[in-house]
Structure formats: structure tokens, C-alpha cells
Design a protein around this ligand. Structure first.
Ligand code: SF4
Length: 288
């Protein structure tokens, strides 16, 4: 997706401007950072969107199901293994109406309508809001509520660094708890633990045995397995030599086999998961 460049046109200098400039120090001539435009209450609500696409859900208890993804722009974290750094800045501002229309477009029948039975509860009516960190944009909430009202099953994948308590209660929150190996564990918003319920899932992405032991202690301390639908554990992938995938140095990562042994040895009540979409398609591919 082409990056949207927010441009701020420089005003045409007037004679008065020139006089003013001569009277100030060079430091004052540094252009100030542009201020964000105040929201226009008459404008339709928008979100900055990196991409919208139909794929196979790859990382939760919904893994394997067709799912439309709405990837929002922006993240305030910088996990060492991040595989969606392209979503930090790239994106276009789109109205909620247009986002919903594009999501619905994936579910329009390709055959003549008379041959198709609408199935409101079909698993294909699954939508995941992801990022980046989708909770950074307040308009994500009316979007999720409208999608729920339309009968979609709505998932949100969040870093765990933002308050999840403001989400529509019908939304399934898939919340990371960042391990020390991510480099961002100090950003975990721990009060979120009290917000979790049986609709939600907690995910640990592990880089090492140390991360595993950290996660195990957190699971036990907060009785996580009893709070949520599933506790998920995945391993930062081993990557083939020469590959540049997921920010993981080639040949490094945590072998899934090791993680499987540790979970079995400890009888840990978690679900081991792979990144299914990366097994299906090129691990570096976007929009899948
Ligand atoms: S929270 Fe997610 S999007 Fe943000 S840096 Fe970490 S892995 Fe990347």
C-alpha cells in the first residue's frame, strides 16, 4: 500500500513576514511542528488504515477461519521481532463508512443472489482489527461497535500496552503480554488483567527459555487460564539463512519443538500456536 504523505502547505510570505523574520534569531526560524488540525465535528469519522484484506486467521482460537483484516496505522512500541513495521507510518485516512463498505464487500456473493443463502453466523463473517496498535485511534471503538451491530464477530489484536476496558463488550480481545525478549515488557498495562473475561485471549510471543519462564510465572500469578478463553504461546520463528523475516536474525528464533517440550513437561494450560498465515504464504508477504 502506498504511504499517505500528510503535507502541510507553506503559506506565501508577505512583506510583513519578511520584516518579522529579519528581527528574530536564527533559532526562531526553524519551522514549528505542524499542529494537528482540530477535528471538524461536521466531518465523518475516519481512521488511518494501512490495509484491508481477506485472509485466513492465523493466530488465535479462530485460526484457520476466513477473516477480513483491517490493519490500522501506528504503534508506540518497537518489539525486536516486529513483522509489521510497515504499519508504523504507512496508511490512508478512510471514513468508517468506507471501511465497513469494504469489509462487507468481501462477503458479497459472487454467484447470482438467488443461489446464495445468506448466513449471518457464517464463520466467514469474521473481522479482525489489528495493527500496529489499533487502540491508539479512538475511532476504532465506533467502528467495532458498528461491525458488531451488523452481526460480525469482531476480534481486536492489541499489544497489551493500551487500556482494553473501553472496547465494546461483544469484541473478542486478543491481548499480548510483552515478554522481556520483546524489549517492551515495561509497556504492559497490567490493570488490563482485571478487564479480561472468557471471551478474550492472552498471547505470549516467546524468544527464549527465559521468556517462557517469565510467561509461566505471569500465568500462575494471575490465574490467567481461568480468566480467558485461551492462553496462547507462540515462538519467534526460526528463519532460514539468508531470510529477512520478522526482524529475527537468520537462523535464530525459538524452535517450536523446544517450546512444545516445555509446555508438556510443565502441564501448562496453554495453547501452542504457529503463525498459520506464514506457513501458507510467503512469510514476508503483506496482505495475507
Ligand atoms: S506491538 Fe505489534 S505492531 Fe507494535 S512493535 Fe510490537 S509487534 Fe510490532
Amino acid at each position: 500500500m502506498t504511504a499517505a504523505v500528510e503535507q502541510h502547505a507553506a503559506p506565501t510570505p508577505t512583506p510583513r513576514d519578511a520584516a518579522t523574520k529579519r528581527s528574530v534569531s536564527p533559532k526562531r526560524l526553524v519551522p514549528p511542528k505542524p499542529l494537528a488540525s482540530p477535528p471538524n465535528p461536521k466531518s465523518p469519522p475516519t481512521l488511518r488504515v494501512n490495509e484491508i484484506f481477506l485472509s485466513i486467521q492465523g493466530e488465535s482460537t479462530h485460526a484457520g477461519l476466513p477473516c477480513t483484516f483491517v490493519r490500522l496505522t501506528g504503534c508506540h512500541l518497537r518489539c525486536h521481532y516486529c513483522d509489521t513495521a510497515y504499519a508504523f507510518h504507512e496508511g490512508d485516512r478512510i471514513t468508517l463508512d468506507d471501511i465497513i463498505a469494504r469489509v462487507k464487500g468481501f462477503y458479497l456473493p459472487k454467484e447470482p443472489p438467488r443461489l446464495v443463502s445468506p448466513a449471518p453466523q457464517s464463520p466467514t463473517r469474521l473481522v479482525e482489527i489489528t495493527g500496529g496498535e489499533p487502540l491508539l485511534q479512538p475511532n476504532v471503538h465506533p467502528l467495532m461497535t458498528r461491525l458488531c451491530d451488523l452481526g460480525f464477530t469482531v476480534l481486536i489484536e492489541t499489544s497489551g500496552a493500551c487500556d482494553i476496558g473501553t472496547c465494546d463488550p461483544r469484541v473478542h480481545r486478543i491481548m499480548d503480554l510483552k515478554t522481556p525478549g520483546s524489549g517492551e515488557s515495561h509497556r504492559n498495562h497490567w490493570p488490563n488483567i482485571e478487564e479480561l473475561n472468557e471471551r478474550d485471549e492472552v498471547k505470549f510471543v516467546l524468544t527464549s527459555r527465559g521468556d517462557y519462564e517469565w510467561a509461566r510465572a505471569v500465568i500462575e500469578k494471575h490465574s490467567l487460564a481461568a480468566r480467558v478463553a485461551a492462553v496462547l504461546m507462540s515462538a519467534v520463528q526460526e528463519t532460514p539463512a539468508g531470510a529477512d523475516v520478522a526482524g529475527v536474525p537468520p537462523g535464530r528464533g525459538l524452535p517450536l519443538r523446544d517450546l512444545a517440550h516445555w509446555i508438556l513437561d510443565d502441564h501448562l494450560p496453554v495453547r501452542l500456536q504457529t503463525q498459520l498465515h506464514k506457513l501458507i504464504w510467503d512469510p514476508a508477504a503483506r496482505g495475507v
